[in-house]
Structure formats: C-alpha cells, structure tokens
Write a protein that binds this ligand. Structure first.
Ligand SMILES: Nc1ncnc2c1ncn2[C@@H]1O[C@H](COP(=O)(O)OP(=O)(O)OP(=O)(O)O)[C@@H](O)[C@H]1O
Length: 700
C-alpha cells in the first residue's frame, strides 16, 4: 500500500525537532590544539568543518584526532589532513522516516550525521541519542493515536492473546455485552462470552447470536515479525438491521393484503400526503374519476375531490365528513387523518378520503341524516354562542379585567362609540357582544363586519348597500348593507385597522351625521346604530404611516378598552380551562372530567401568544383525544412545550429560575409520556432528585 506523504503519521516529526543544536564548527586551517579545545567545550564526538561561507565541507571525528596525535603531529599543525571530506549530512526539512533511513544506514560508519539548512550550513547534529529520543516520542504519539482509534471504533473490539485470554476491550464491545473491562482483563474469552464461536483461522462477517444479540463477527490475527501474538475479534450489532428487515417483510405483506381489501371495496379510497398530493387510489376511486391510478398518483387531491377538507384535516388532525358532488354524482366523503408517532409526538402525515356513492339507499339515508345533523349542530352552536354573550360569560379573576367589565357594563347603556384594542384572541369580539347584550339595543341586531376579510372592492357595498341596478352585475332590487341591517342595533367593525382609507371617510360620516349614501344612491339615508370597533393594530402608528385617518380615530376613541393579553392574567388560565372543558364536553359529547396537575402547570407556564383563542383550541384538541377522563400533558400540542417562547420579566430571578426548572420537568414528562423514571433519565437526573423536584412543584 502506498501511503500518501501527507497522510503518513510519522511525518509530523521532523529533523529540526530531533537534532542537537549545541555544536561547534571548525575551519580547515584550525590547528589540532584548537580542535582539542573545541572538543573540550563540545559534548559531541564529531565537529562539522565549514568553509569561509559557513558551508559544510567535512567533519572531524574524535577518532581522527587520536590518529593525528599517534602520527606524531604537533598541536600547532593544521587539522586539514585529518578532515573527513564528503561528510554524511541531511536536510533540516526531512521527516523522521527519511532521516531514520539515513541514520540507520550511516550509523555503522559515523557517530553523527550533520543537519544542514538550504544553503548547506550546519544547523544541528543527529546521533544515536537524538534518534532514540525521537523514536520514543514517535512511539508515544502513535500510541495515543491508535488508542483513540481503538476507542472510537464503531465496531466492538476484543483483543485476546494466543491462549484466548482477554487483553483489551473497547467501549463499544463493553456496552454491547455489558462488560466491565477491569474485571474481565486476563479472563478466558470463552468464559466471558460462552456463546461466541471462534475459528482457528482468520474469519470475516460470520453472523452469530451472542447474549441474544445478533452480531456480525470478524476475527483477525495480530502479527509481529511474522509471528501471531494475539487475535482481534470485531463485532457489529445488527439488531436494528434485523428489525428493519422484519418490518419490511411485514409491510410488504400488509401492502398486499391492504391492496386486496381496498380494491374489493365499492367505495372510492384516496390517500394523500401532508402536502395534499395523491399517494394511492383504489380501483373504485379510478372508476369514479375515470382515470388510472398511475395518472392520478402525484396529482393534488384538490383536483380529484373538489373540496379543501383534506388540507384542513391534515392541519387539524381531526376527522371530517362532507357531502359533495364528484363528476355529477352526490357522495358522502369521510376524511380521516393518518397519524404517526414521530419522536414521541403524534403527527398527521396524510389523509384517507373515502367516497361513499349515493347509488344505494343506505348512503342516501346517511347523507340526508348527516345534513340534518349538521344543521342541528350549527343551531345548537349558535344557541350556545348566544348564551355566551353577556358579561357573566366573560370569565376572569383578574382585578383589572373585572374592573373593565364593570365599566363596560355601565357605559353599555349609552350609545357612545367604543374602541376595543388588544392582541388577537384576547376576547374583543366577545366583549363587543357583551356590551351590545347589556345595552338597551340588546333585542335589536348585532352585526359583525370583519373589515380585513372583505375585499376592498366589495366592502363599501357590503357596508352601505347599493341602489337597484347601480352597476353591472348588481341585483335589480338593490341590496341593503350591514348598517341598514343593524338599524337600532350595533355594528361591530372588527379589524378596523385594516379598513381601506376610502371607506374610512364614509364611516366618519356615519359617526358624525348618523347618515350615509348607498353605492349608486342619490339620497343619504338616516341610520341609528351604535358602533363598536376593534383592532389588534396600533392605530396611532397607522396614523403616522398615513394608513388611518386621525379624525376617524378620535371619533372612535370615545371610550376605549385595552384588553390585556392572557400572559398578563395568568390567574384566568385555570377558570377559562374549566369553561372550555365544559363547552367542548357539550359540543363533542365527551366526558372530560379535569386536567392533571402536570398539564395544568404546563398551561400556566406557557406564554400564550395566541391568547384565549389558543387556550380554547388547546382544550378543544385535547378533548378530541381524551373524550373520557382527565387531560394529561400527552394530550397537549407540542408548541405548548417550546422553550424560549415565554417572555420572562426580569423582576424576580428566583421565580424565573424555578419557572424554567419546572418547565424542563414538564417537557421531560411529556417526552417520557408521563413515565417519571424515564423522564428522570432524560434529564440525566437521579430518580430521587427528580421526585424531590416533582414534590417541590406539586407535580407528583
Ligand atoms: N373572558 C373570556 N371568557 C370566556 N371565553 C373567552 C373569553 N375571552 C375570549 N374568549 C373566547 O376566546 C376566543 C377568542 O376570543 P375573541 O374572538 O373574542 O378574540 P378577539 O380578541 O376578538 O380576537 P381577534 O382579534 O383575532 O378577532 C373566543 O372563542 C371566545 O369565546
């Protein structure tokens, strides 16, 4: 094998790092006396000889000095005749491997090799001592390197000697078989892993079951100087792969069975993914749409089933049923979510839409009943909502909010305009209703207009109506607008901050003169309405930006209520939760009896960016899952547990710390599906410490 130079792990050790820099040079005409003096000062047995340019031209080993003296040379004679010309030298850039070859091959001839720089000037000397020191350093570094490779190997490795006794185990092998390296070192492998079958030769990839664990075993001799000194046994855990193979088989079988069942059905079945693309259509579905399954797979389900319901179901995860017409045939279609647990979280990954055709009496009867039930449900919902229109139904234990309710109750008697401000979902709509219901206009209409939801081109005619035949496509009889419909009652202009400037002028006219003009009309009409407006926008900012009329703002802002967000009235979370549990028990026919302490705490800790609407949705979702019993943390949606959402007030360091502490316990409990030991493990906390904390926060 050719090892590229930059991958050779001995290459980091260079001659520069190994060489001895304490040396003395001599010149060719130096006397033998000088040489002897230099030898006295130097600890080396060889002196490099340089010319006038400091370039190496030879060496003067001690042995040559002895020879000169034995030859009877005088101490003042020049050393020149005894210099060894053409000395062995190495460049200072060489690495350990390269220099080691030079040193080893030249060692029998010379004691020291001179190290020279690029100009050929001596910069150091390398002899046996330096070479050995370098080798030792190299061995130590290589050892650390090999050790880390051994420990980080993804395979479990056990090394045994020629007698089968364990020399080393790596962490993966220890974890795989539950071994403690210190207690098994020196024991016979067959005693430690009796299930393991060893071969006399090298073996590769043999499947074995060891301690009930399916593993692939490879066995390799460890050789030193062509002699086997031990054996390395490597293990790869294949239990996950086996499980996957088994599951694949089951899935294949299931698919075959499912295909058979679905194709035998007379109902059309369409499966779509979370993005609304068709994944599967059965044979009846193909007949219904008159297309092939291949052509329909991958198409948007909206194109085949003309409704937006599958998209809704994949968002909410709640089953829906609808009656619709497909290719001219009336059908009942059920849309059932496909739920999957992903990382402990139930997620909707697709929708099964089943089309029941009305060509048999049973389906026809079901369709009729379904429509009538839907109407009934709508009726009861409306009735329930109406019951909720008084201040009594605006649940709150917050002193500021209670005062606001009292003030609103008092001003309800007048006809003054009211402006409700506050974040989305804080209850502005409900508040407006309550003012109307407490006013002398209670028995007259309450007409709500969502200014943001109606296109600008229609808003004027929707609000003020239009005269007969006033524009192409207009009804011949004309149309009454919301203001006329609300005569003697209340008009609730929701999202007034989104009202176009052109309409704002007309609203101003109604407020000032109590009259307006229909679109295409020739006379103004008088109207007696109270206006309640609401917005979650900062109207003063809109005025600065030129998006809202200042005069209209002052006309609206006669009485203002700024409804606080839920995070500023946490004492309301629990009473509101109870109200919503009751509400959805009535709507869903469920029997939710309460909420566990842990779930309650999770609700208290959440920052509720969507306010009361978000809380209501959370309880509705949970009630759909629970139906009977208590709502637990496992029934709450994941976003309740998202860290970093809460805007902590810096007022109390301790309170914030214990909130975060508690939040982490709840998140762990949610992940562990309420299993306390598992939750403690997730937090890497001892069970006793975890229980202590649960006790501290009343979560046990
Ligand atoms: N104090 C309360 N008691 C009981 N239910 C409430 C209360 N406040 C709000 N709700 C409920 O919370 C939901 C949101 O309230 P509402 O629609 O009135 O908010 P909003 O401020 O008008 O929101 P938006 O600005 O988005 O229109 C509604 O279902 C309402 O019934």
């Amino acid at each position: 094998m050719v090892v590229p130079e930059n991958l050779n792990y001995t290459s980091w050790l260079t001659v520069k790092q190994m060489m001895n820099k304490q040396f003395i040079v001599i010149h060719p005409n130096d006397s033998l006396r000088t040489v002897i003096q230099y030898y006295q000062d130097s600890r080396l047995d060889t002196l490099p000889v340089v010319d006038n340019n400091d370039k190496l031209i030879g060496v003067f080993p001690k042995k040559r000095l002895y020879k000169a003296l034995l030859d009877g040379s005088s101490l003042d004679d020049p050393c020149t005749p005894y210099i060894v010309n053409e000395p062995i030298s190495v460049s200072c850039d060489l690495c350990y491997d390269e220099v080691s070859m030079v040193v080893r091959s030249s060692q029998s001839l010379v004691d020291y090799v001179v190290v020279v720089d690029h100009q050929g000037a001596p910069v150091g000397m390398i002899g046996t001592a330096e070479y050995l020191r370098g080798s030792q350093k190299l061995i130590m570094t290589s050892n650390v390197l090999l050790e880390s490779i051994f420990n980080a190997n993804y395979e479990g490795i056990i090394v045994i000697d020629n007698n089968g006794k364990i020399l080393r185990t790596n962490p993966v092998a220890e974890k795989m078989f539950g071994l403690i390296s210190s207690s098994i070192k020196g024991l016979h492998l067959e005693y430690v892993l009796p299930d393991l079958k060893l071969f006399s030769n090298r073996s590769r990839g043999v499947k074995q079951i060891i301690q009930d664990l399916p593993v692939i075993v490879s066995q390799m001799p460890i050789m030193a100087d062509n002699i086997q000194i031990g054996t390395k046994i490597a293990f790869v855990d294949i239990s996950d792969m086996e499980q996957m193979a088994r599951e694949l088989e089951i899935v294949k079988d299931l698919q075959t069975n499912l295909d058979g069942v679905l194709n035998a059905s007379s109902d059309g079945v369409f499966v779509s993914d979370i993005s609304g693309y068709v994944k599967y259509v059965n044979e009846s579905g193909c007949r219904l749409i008159a297309n092939t399954s291949e052509a329909m797979t991958g198409m948007p389900i909206k194109k085949l089933l003309p409704s937006g319901v599958p998209a809704e179901v994949s968002k909410t995860g709640i089953t829906e049923v609808e009656v619709c017409s497909i290719n001219g045939r009336n059908c009942i279609v059920s849309h059932i979510p496909i739920n999957k647990v992903i990382y402990d979280e139930t997620q909707t990954v697709g929708v099964v839409s089943t089309v029941y055709l009305d060509d048999n009496r049973l389906t026809e009867e079901i369709a009729r009943k379904w429509l009538s039930l839907r109407q009934q449900v709508q009726y009861y919902r409306d009735e329930l909502e109406k019951r909720g229109n008084s201040f009594d139904n605006l649940v709150s234990k917050n002193p500021a909010f209670i005062k606001m309710k009292k003030d609103a109750h008092r001003i309800a008697r007048s006809s003054s305009t009211v402006l409700l401000t506050g974040e989305s979902g804080v209850g502005k709509d409900m508040f407006a209703h309550a003012i109307h219901s407490a006013s002398p206009r209670a028995n007259q209409p309450f007409v709500k207009v969502n200014c943001a939801a109606i296109p600008e081109s229609l808003l004027e005619s929707e609000l003020f109506g239009y005269a007969p035949g006033s524009f192409t496509g207009a009804s011949r009889k004309g149309k009454t607008g919301y203001f006329t419909q609300a005569h003697e009652g209340t008009v609730f202009l929701d999202e007034i901050g989104d009202m176009p400037l052109s309409i704002q002028v007309k609203i101003l006219q109604v407020l000032q003169d109590k009259e307006f003009m229909r679109v295409g009309g020739i006379r103004t009409q008088k109207v007696d309405v109270r206006i309640i407006a609401a917005t979650n926008k900062d109207l003063r900012e809109a005025i600065i930006k030129g998006a809202f009329r200042e005069d209209l703002f002052y006309r609206l802002n006669v009485i203002q209520f700024n409804l606080p967000p839920l995070r500023e009235r946490s004492e309301d979370i629990w009473p509101l939760t109870q109200v919503f549990i009751q509400k959805y028990n009535e709507i869903l026919g469920s029997n939710v009896v309460g909420i566990t302490q842990a779930a309650k705490d999770a609700l208290l800790i959440h920052s509720w960016p969507g306010n009361i609407r978000e809380l209501e949705n959370t309880i509705e979702r949970a009630a759909n899952y629970v139906l009977e019993g208590e709502i637990g943390i496992e029934h709450l949606s994941a976003q309740i547990f998202q860290f970093g959402q809460k805007a902590y007030e810096p007022s109390s360091y301790r309170a914030v710390l214990s909130d975060v502490d508690k939040e982490m316990l709840l998140v762990a409990l949610k992940k562990a599906k309420g299993n306390k030991s598992a939750a403690a493990r997730l937090l890497k906390m001892s069970r006793s410490a975890f229980y202590e904390k649960l006790g501290k926060y009343n979560l046990s």
